[in-house]
Design a protein around this ligand. Structure first.
Ligand code: ZN
Length: 286
């Protein structure tokens, strides 16, 4: 169903799992993992502690069609299915086994618009997850994803990160930038190398820790009918209160109800799936 590449060192240590193309058309993590697998195979990089499993293409059927998923969004069905009904539920059953067998999972995604800025999700801000986040090369991290999904019953939140958390694992999702940008591959590659180096698992110097700016998600909008975003937004564009964000063909208009940011606008969204999210800067604690 998917191909995995396992590297085992002679010394005990964390078991890392890196995922790419959980959404089939998001290939930054795929290309980055292929480069690092090559470096390890050619001994240009040495694993000195623990083990690493790479799955560069998790959703192979969707990847072959260059689309996000075949039957359902895999990153909403990552749990164990007693009677898997479709391509993604079958993958989820195998993927959950891989997550069960790791200590630290990094799921590498990419986003829809050419100017999109890279960021990470930190759904569960434990000290361990924050330590990993501090070496991911992004300026922004998004918090609050589980809370906005808990508010609504229409979409479940069975993503890789929530499954990892439910099993007591360290886990982050990195959105590396626009799908087709070479820079997003670089961010995916540096995310992998920095995480491995920060735990002393490869023969590279430890990266400097940093603190990305935290944006807290407020809500999201499911595309209710055919329609369009009101302009070509980029991820993390500032939206003053009252900005028109989108309009549907039957006349429904979406406006921002506070001063905040648009998150992951998807001009290609299908009716019934996430169109855009809204978030606000976390106020610094006093
Ligand atoms: Zn994705």
């Amino acid at each position: 169903m998917f191909k995995k590449y396992v590297f085992q060192s002679q010394n005990p240590g964390y078991r890392f799992l890196f995922l790419g193309a959980v959404h089939g058309n998001e290939t930054a993590g795929t290309l980055a993992q292929q480069q690092i697998i090559k470096m390890l195979n050619e001994h240009k990089l040495r694993l000195i502690k623990g083990s690493v499993t790479f799955i560069p293409v998790v959703n192979e059927a969707a990847h072959k069609k260059d689309c996000r998923f075949v039957d359902v969004n895999l990153n909403r069905v990552v749990c164990k299915h007693a009677f898997p009904q479709n391509n993604e539920e079958r993958i989820a059953n195998l993927l959950t086994q891989e997550i069960d067998n790791c200590d630290i999972m990094i799921d590498l995604h990419s986003t829809h618009c050419p100017k999109d800025e890279a960021f990470a999700f930190i759904d569960y801000p434990s000290p361990d997850n924050q330590k990993v986040l501090s070496v991911i090369p992004v300026r922004y991290a998004l918090a609050g994803w589980p809370a906005i999904y808990a508010k609504r019953a229409d979409i479940s939140n069975f993503c890789t990160e929530s499954y990892a958390h439910s099993q007591g694992k360290i886990g982050l999702t990195v959105e590396c930038g626009y799908h087709k940008s070479p820079q997003s591959v670089k961010i995916a590659q540096n995310s992998i190398l920095n995480v491995l180096a920060s735990f002393g698992c490869i023969d590279m110097p430890k990266p400097l820790a940093q603190s990305p700016e935290i944006i807290t998600l407020d809500s999201y909008v499911i595309k209710p009918n055919e329609g369009n975003l009101s302009r070509s937004f980029s991820h993390l564009d500032y939206l003053p209160h009252g900005t028109t964000i989108a309009q549907t063909a039957n006349g429904q208009t979406f406006k921002s109800s506070f001063d905040g940011y648009i998150i992951m606008p998807n001009p290609e969204a299908n009716v019934g799936s996430e169109w855009f999210y809204l978030g606000r800067k976390q106020k610094p604690s006093l």
